[in-house]
Design a protein around this ligand. Structure first.
Ligand code: NDP
Ligand code: 2IT
Length: 464
């Protein structure tokens, strides 16, 4: 690198450092949010140098402030007459390129920091999909585990009774995330329709019989595997025959396993918050069907897999251990599909030690920054969440399109569009990585490409 270019890069880095100091000061204690902002900002020194107008327009300072944050009380009554009070949130983060779009998470860990990190990631992920959707996220600290369908319905109705006044098909369109699947979207939609007296595409992930899109349930997992296949193809390899570690056993994990099987790979693990199962014989289609019934219908624990299938072992989670033994299992590729911060530096060392050559994120921010850096430096192909798991929100946007047209596409039509969107995201990320001096680094590429689209839109629209 020329000395003058090095000086320029240092200038960009010091701009990013000053910016991060300000963000930390203004968002103390929001650990997950700060982690997500830092990961993006660290990729942007080259962008800031080439675009002084983003500096004077304070685009970075604006993009980290949600346009609107709504917090509300969600009271509800359980099956025994006891009153419960949860917190509801919607973070309407950025509408520069379309209506706010992003999921709702119901999990006891939900707080503003987690929803701000998810909403912030969603802005750039949605920009990469090539479709006109802004970024948002919401949810509640409600824990659906162990609750009856009636309790979940009453909770969803109470949650929507406040949320409905803030959302709309051209304003903000929520969908699912952890703890929010087809059942919850049904209850939420029913209450919205009753309050608004309108049948519109205000939520995505609806059932096919009343406005949902084919392939939406499958889209995040399928898209993650399409992205992985594109990464491998770029280096003359394929998924065929690869033994794959998958974490989680919910929506994203299930359809990641299904598409891995379609493409000739073998998933050999799944997990939930209790622990993980390792099945050295592979999770075939029959076993996957059993997992789907366990998780989606019987709502049981993944531990039961090891009782059901000989040869599989269950390892209970141990929060005090400092690493997750799932990532120490011998394999060729890894697909973290459960939640944030599930791969730390020690886990990354185990993956590298076992010669795992590919890590692709189905979950949002599952890899800690130090682990991500180590994987990339060690030559592991790394597919970052905002690119790799964008298939879910992309098909959500296709569901919005179909709702606007009052029409439904076939499975093949939606799947073809999903494949071409994932290819485009792969290309945009690879090109931006090349153009900004980090060839092969999809994390930098996805951050830069997503940010440029949003930043240019914000500049066009003035100081708002
Ligand atoms: P689900 O609720 O369907 O499944 C979540 C899975 O992750 C469950 O197996 C759950 O186990 C496990 N899990 C959740 N929290 C924890 C935790 N704190 N520690 C360990 N395991 C945990 O959610 P999804 O599959 O929809 O979401 C999984 C990930 O994918 C999330 O990061 C989500 O943000 C991301 N994502 C989802 C999209 C979608 O379309 N649904 C789109 C893009 C990203 P348990 O049952 O024990 O809680
Ligand atoms: O993180 C995500 O992209 C999602 N949970 C899906 C969001 C959506 O609007 O489909």
């Amino acid at each position: 690198m020329l000395v003058k270019d090095r000086a320029k890069t240092q200038a960009g880095s010091s701009l990013v450092d000053a910016f991060m100091a300000e963000v930390r000061e203004r968002n103390t204690h929001e650990e997950e949010f700060l982690q997500a902002v830092e990961e993006v900002a660290a990729s942007l020194s080259g962008v800031l140098e080439r675009h002084p107008e983003f500096q004077s327009g304070k685009v970075l300072q604006r993009v980290v402030e949600p346009e609107r944050v709504i917090q509300f009380r969600v009271p509800w009554v359980d099956d025994f007459g006891e009153v419960h009070v949860n917190r509801g949130f919607r973070v309407e983060f950025n509408s520069a390129i379309g209506p706010y779009k992003g999921g709702l998470r119901f999990h006891p860990s939900v707080n503003l920091s987690i929803l701000k990190f998810l909403g912030f990631e969603q802005i750039f992920k949605n920009a990469l999909t090539t479709l006109p959707i802004g970024g948002g996220k919401g949810g509640s600290d409600f824990d659906p585990k162990g609750r009856s369908d009636n309790e979940v319905m009453r909770f969803c109705q109470s949650f929507m009774t406040e949320l409905f006044r803030h959302i709309g098909p051209d304003t903000d369109v929520p969908a699912g995330d952890i703890g929010v699947g087809g059942r919850e979207i049904g209850f939420l939609f029913g209450q919205y329709k009753r309050l608004a007296n309108e049948f519109t595409g205000v939520l995505t992930g609806k059932s096919y019989g009343w406005g949902g899109s084919l392939i939406r349930p499958e889209a995040t997992g399928y898209g993650t595997v399409y992205f992985a296949a594109a990464m491998l193809e770029a280096v003359g390899k394929s998924l065929e025959g690869k033994r794959c570690l998958v974490s989680g056993s919910g929506n994203v994990a299930q359809f990641t396993c299904e598409k891995l099987l379609d493409l000739g790979a073998t998933p050999i693990s799944v997990s939930d918050s209790g622990g993980f199962v390792h099945d050295p014989d592979g999770i075939d289609r029959d076993k996957l069907k059993w997992i789907m019934d366990l998780k989606n219908v019987r709502r049981g624990r993944i531990k039961e897999y090891a009782d059901q299938f000989k040869g599989a072992t269950y390892t209970a989670a141990d929060a005090s251990s400092g690493s997750n033994p799932l990532w120490g299992v011998d394999a060729d590729a890894a697909f973290p599909c459960a939640t944030q911060n599930e791969i730390n530096r020690t886990d990354a060392e185990h993956l590298i030690g076992n010669k795992v050559g590919l890590v692709v994120e189905g979950a949002n921010m599952p890899t800690l920054p130090q682990a991500q850096d180590l994987l990339i430096e060690s030559g592991v192909l790394f597919g970052p969440a905002k690119a790799a798991n964008a298939g879910g929100v992309a098909v959500s946007a296709l569901e919005m399109t179909q709702n606007s047209m009052r029409y439904q596409w076939t499975r093949e039509e939606v799947d073809d569009k999903l494949k071409s969107i994932m290819r485009s995201i792969h290309q945009q990320s690879a090109d931006a990585a090349d153009q900004y001096g980090s060839p092969g680094n999809y994390a930098v590429g996805a951050n830069v490409a997503g940010f440029l689209k949003v930043a240019n839109a914000m500049m066009d629209q003035g100081v708002v």
